[in-house]
Ligand binder design. Structure first.
Ligand SMILES: CC(C)(COP(=O)(O)OP(=O)(O)OC[C@H]1O[C@@H](n2cnc3c(N)ncnc32)[C@H](O)[C@@H]1OP(=O)(O)O)[C@@H](O)C(=O)NCCC(=O)NCCS
Length: 196
């Protein structure tokens, strides 16, 4: 657990970032010493192919991105986690939630390092994050995911989660597919899984 202290003024809230455990993964708060693991994952051009990675990332750029992720927790009460593989204790990526102003909705996000692709880790981590956010935000009607149209692996993750293509929007300088799943659809899938 990481506790973000209440600021004396402004909109920063006191938030305790939880740790979530799935069958094979742990989603834990981002730590300062995750920089090297993230740098290694984000330095792979195949990994950054659809997420705007034209230049090699730097340690300070990675750290600033981590600080931005923690900032999302402090400003909105939700955010991304570092994803740990239980059997090895390796950092395998980052996944969770994003709640930016004027965004298509509360977004589920997923980034898994290339070494660990194709094992279902993104789907498993996102499932835990979506369960969690629907539980803690009873007013939330849907969760979205914004994906570059060419990013087939990410579209497969969205489809595996039961999301469907709602529309295409121009976001952060380029067209993105907006995939979405409503609370009702999510709950129905959860109860189907339980009875399967
Ligand atoms: C997208 C990403 C998170 C998928 O992670 P993952 O852990 O491999 O995903 P899963 O194992 O849950 O698999 C999801 C689907 O993608 C498929 N997939 C995985 N890697 C793939 C690849 N390189 N090419 C095509 N399909 C791929 C899987 O086979 C699976 O499809 P299936 O249901 O038809 O079998 C990962 O590729 C990634 O982090 N990419 C770089 C960052 C990124 O683009 N993030 C998403 C931003 S919107």
């Amino acid at each position: 657990m990481v506790r973000v202290a209440r600021a004396p003024c402004g909109n920063v809230r006191s938030v305790t970032i939880p740790t979530l455990t799935t069958n094979r993964l742990i989603l834990r708060p981002i730590h300062n010493d995750d920089v090297s693991a993230y740098l290694s994952i984000w330095s792979d051009p195949e990994f950054t192919r659809y997420i705007g990675g034209s230049s090699t990332p730097s340690r300070d750029g990675i750290w600033h991105a981590m600080a931005g992720n923690i900032g999302c927790w402090a400003l909105t009460g939700v955010g991304p986690w570092t994803v740990i593989e239980q059997v090895t204790d390796d950092v395998v990526g980052r996944a969770g939630l994003w709640d930016e102003p004027d965004w298509p909705g509360v977004e589920a996000v997923w980034f898994i390092g290339r070494r660990w692709w194709g094992r279902g880790y993104a789907t498993e981590a996102a499932t835990a994050a979506i369960n969690w956010v629907f539980d803690i935000r009873p007013e939330l009607g849907q969760v979205v995911s914004t994906i570059a149209p060419a990013n087939t692996p990410s579209i497969r993750v969205a489809e595996r989660l039961g999301m469907t293509l709602a529309r295409t929007e121009f976001l952060h300088g380029s067209d993105h597919h907006v995939y979405a799943i409503s609370r009702d659809e999510w709950v129905a899938r959860r109860s189907q899984d339980r009875t399967a």
